[in-house]
Write a protein that binds this ligand. Sequence first.
Ligand SMILES: [Zn+2]
Ligand SMILES: [Zn+2]
Length: 210
Amino acid sequence: MKTCRSCNIRKDEASFHKSTRAKSGTQTYCKSCTKAISAARPDLCKARGERYRAKNPAESLYRHLAKRARLNAAYCIDRQGFCDWYYKQPMQCEYCGESQDNARALYGHKLHIDRKIGTIGYRDGNMVLACQRCNLIKNGYLTHQQMMEIAGRYFNGPYGNAHEELLEALKRLQSVVRDEYHLLDIRKRPSLCLADAQAGTAIAKAEGRA
Ligand SMILES: [Zn+2]
Ligand SMILES: [Zn+2]
């Protein structure tokens, strides 16, 4: 039992959010007070979220992967494994070499977590960082190797950034494909890339899963 410093009501521990900083292991305000305070000051709430994400980029990114991990544990690395992997990465796009800051400025998104082989989940050895542009272009259509070649040839070469029209067209096409794709059960989704499917099957066989 613990007394909430906001409403002064004694409540059991489950009524408080966990805290890694507090000695007691839980926060000083109860869950319902925290919720009311956040609702009253969404700006503070948002700023707090931003501070957390800036300080803990891997932890906050992992939340997106964890949604998929809940569907299929074998699909996704665990939180600690992901954070260890993330903090070891050079913060640049695997394909075109754009830095985290540039990727964000140019494409409005931080570096994505891309899977080299789309039919294998988020696991060590299959994850790379990719800018929004390269990730969208590669998507499920190109293999890791093909994307390396394309980025090497066009994005760092004489064509520079003369790909914006292509990128827009790809975004439109991919949003249509993605809408249909996401309606499918995650385990029943066909691979959009034949080469990936073959590589995935080969790995599954080697691991004795197929
Ligand atoms: Zn309270
Ligand atoms: Zn890139």
